[in-house]
Design a protein around this ligand. Structure first.
Ligand SMILES: [Zn+2]
Length: 166
């Protein structure tokens, strides 16, 4: 079975894949995870197939709600729930973009398109997370610096949350 290279997929097939996503998936409230109801055995992420082409449901959902992904962009879950397809829990970005933008203005939220503003993890960006993992400050210092709990800093450093940014 082929894996969909997003751009190469025929529009008709893509439209059918999105129709299937919306027919099978059950959209919950804006804040909760929308768990894909038909996981495939042995696969972490929700998938569906149309004409023997496989699609990841989180990628489909992201593109349907937020527009096409750029080349090399990846869709990650701010909720760390692989079967979730709630578009508010999905963000996209590339490593290269982040680096270029960071160097550009020293801003922190660029290169990363944020869709999870109401999510508990949304106070931090992937760049913040990388910085937190790299630096040697205590959990307390980092928690204060970013205005988040020490428990969250601990979880980030232990790799329990924000696995996408590892
Ligand atoms: Zn979620």
């Amino acid at each position: 079975m082929k894996r969909a290279r997003d751009k190469a997929v025929d529009d008709g097939i893509r439209i059918r894949a999105i129709a299937r996503l919306l027919a099978i998936g059950i959209a919950g409230s804006p804040d909760e995870c929308w768990i894909w109801p038909r996981p495939w055995k042995g696969h972490r992420y929700g998938q569906l197939s149309v004409n023997k082409i496989k699609f990841y449901v989180h990628r489909l959902s992201y593109e349907h709600h937020h527009g096409p992904l750029l080349d090399g962009e990846e869709v990650c879950h701010s909720c760390d729930t692989p079967l979730c397809w709630n578009p508010r829990h999905l963000w996209a970005g590339t490593h290269a973009q982040n680096m270029a933008d960071m160097a550009d203005k020293g801003r922190h939220r660029v290169g990363m398109r944020w869709r999870g503003e109401d999510n508990a993890n949304a106070k931090l960006t992937a760049d913040n997370v990388k910085e937190i993992r790299k630096c040697k400050n205590s959990d307390r210092v980092e928690a204060k610096r970013y205005g988040v709990s020490r428990a969250l800093i601990r979880k980030i450093r232990a790799g329990e949350v924000w696995k996408c940014a590892l």
